[in-house]
Design a protein around this ligand. Structure first.
Ligand code: 6PG
Length: 460
């Protein structure tokens, strides 16, 4: 009898089919299934050792035990629909993995449903886009630790490698894998926004042409700013239309989002973690949709420029580097807080090691960040490693003031500076807030010199 398949890949869209090709290339005996006949037919042109099944039940029957099913389907309702069908076909001890960008609370709910049937459920963050899925993604696994031992070998085989180590690991129980993937995306939003603002500063304030911006970005990419996002920024800027014009100049200045950025912001608010760069990055995308109003505003709203010097490309690069460190700092703070709240015990240094290749936010900076000795809830910005970046503060401040003086909104940079300055704020005007709250609402206030809650009759 023919040997059954080691793993079943369910969903053959862009990401699913790339992951499937990756598994097959790596010699993993893979069963394939998609609800879409078109996707099944499209994939069937592929060469290699795999088995395509026309029905879900046959797909499940084609797997060796414990059965391992890796879903790569659209997050949300489709996952619940398929999960329901899988549960009627699978047995105790089997393993279901969800590799999409699912909301971590949905993953926790699905873990509970599966546990009741003694089926293992894992929420798996997969980063790297289509190419990453094909060549080696970054894999952040969460959920059943027992199941992890059963799927580890396959996932490590298909993952990206850094210094010979797979960029793949078990994060923690429940929805932890999807949680860190969500924050990864939050950081991704902030980094994208910062790079775009640097581009805009060069174009608008310094009137730099695209060829020159490319040269500047290339120089940055050779140094501490080296990253995947900088690499693709150069590729994007260089792309030309058939008529020789730059494609970037024809792309609408409106950006959309699928949800992970917004979830990160909501989580930050609920957990009480200050992540202004991530908030501003997703807010900028929302505001970009007001295209008509922006055009009207340009004509109607007065603007008086202030005399403030422009920054040099070198200073701009330093400001960008500092703001990038600050963006990572915010993401790590959020993960650290949630890990403590949920008793996940996430090892941030191991997470950084996983992020060093395959994922969208991979960068040279992570080599430095990896050296940080994390303690619970301590911000990266307060660790010794940050001392080497402290010198960049002047450039960040100068760039921000320069942009403001020239009327260019750079919320990514401004919020990074706010984050930095908040951490320097030995005193905040919260004494005043406390007093006002007590004055209008008798909310009471705390004092510096005595323990307890106090109320004052402010009209006496
Ligand atoms: C990744 C990406 C990937 C996707 C984002 C885009 O790590 O491979 O983050 O998951 O590109 O979800 O999100 P938006 O559409 O919200 O920008």
């Amino acid at each position: 009898m023919e040997r059954k398949c080691e793993i079943g890949l369910l969903g053959l869209g862009v990401m699913g089919s790339s992951l499937a090709k990756n598994m097959i290339r790596n010699g993993v005996k893979t069963a394939l299934y998609s609800v879409s006949e078109r996707e099944r037919n499209l994939f069937s042109a592929q060469k290699g050792q795999y088995h395509m099944f026309p029905e879900l039940s046959k797909f499940i029957m084609g797997l060796e035990k414990p059965r391992r099913v890796f879903m790569m389907i659209t997050a949300g309702e489709p996952v619940d629909i398929i999960l329901d069908q899988l549960l009627s076909l699978m047995e105790a001890g089997d393993i279901i993995m969800d590799g999409g960008n699912s909301y971590y609370k949905d993953t926790e709910r699905r873990c509970r449903i599966c546990r009741e049937r003694n089926i293992h459920y894992m929420g798996i963050g997969v980063s790297g886009g289509e190419k990453g899925a094909l060549k080696g993604p970054c894999i952040m696994a969460g959920g059943s630790s027992e199941a992890w031992n059963e799927v580890k070998d396959i996932l490590e085989t298909i993952a990206a490698k850094q210094d010979g180590m797979p960029c793949c690991g078990y994060i923690a129980s429940g929805g932890a894998g999807h949680y860190v993937k969500m924050v990864h995306n939050g950081i991704e939003y902030a980094l994208l926004e910062l790079i775009a603002e640097a581009y805009q500063y060069l174009r608008v304030v310094k009137n730099t042409d695209i060829e020159e911006i490319c040269r500047i970005f290339k120089k940055w990419n050779e140094g501490s700013l080296n990253s995947y996002l900088m690499e693709i920024s150069i590729r994007v800027l260089e792309k030309k239309e058939k008529d020789g014009t730059f494609l970037i100049d024809h792309i609408l200045d409106v950006a959309e989002q699928k949800g992970t950025g917004k979830w990160t912001v909501t989580e930050s608010v609920e957990r009480g973690v200050y992540t202004p760069s991530i908030y501003e990055a997703q807010a900028a995308r929302i505001f970009s949709g007001k295209k008509e109003e922006r055009e009207k505003g340009k004509r109607k709203l007065v603007f008086h420029s202030l005399a403030f010097p422009e920054v040099t490309p070198d200073e701009l690069g330093k400001a960008l580097l500092m703001a990038c460190v600050i963006a990572y700092s915010q993401g790590f703070e959020l993960i650290s807080k949630t890990s403590a709240d949920e008793k996940w015990g996430i090892d941030l240094s191991s997470l950084v090691a996983i992020w060093k290749n395959g994922c969208i936010i991979r960068s040279r900076l992570l080599n430095e960040i990896e050296k940080v000795e994390y303690s619970e809830n301590r911000a990266l910005i307060l660790s010794e490693i940050f001392e080497q970046y402290g010198d960049l503060e002047g450039s960040l401040r100068k760039m921000t003031v320069s942009a403001v003086a020239h009327g260019l909104p750079v919320p990514g940079f401004t919020s990074s500076l706010n984050y930095y300055d908040y951490y320097r704020s030995e005193r905040m005007p919260m004494n005043f807030i406390q007093a006002l709250r007590d004055c209008f609402g008798s909310h009471t206030y705390m004092r510096e010199d005595k323990e307890g809650c106090f109320h004052t009759d402010w009209e006496q």
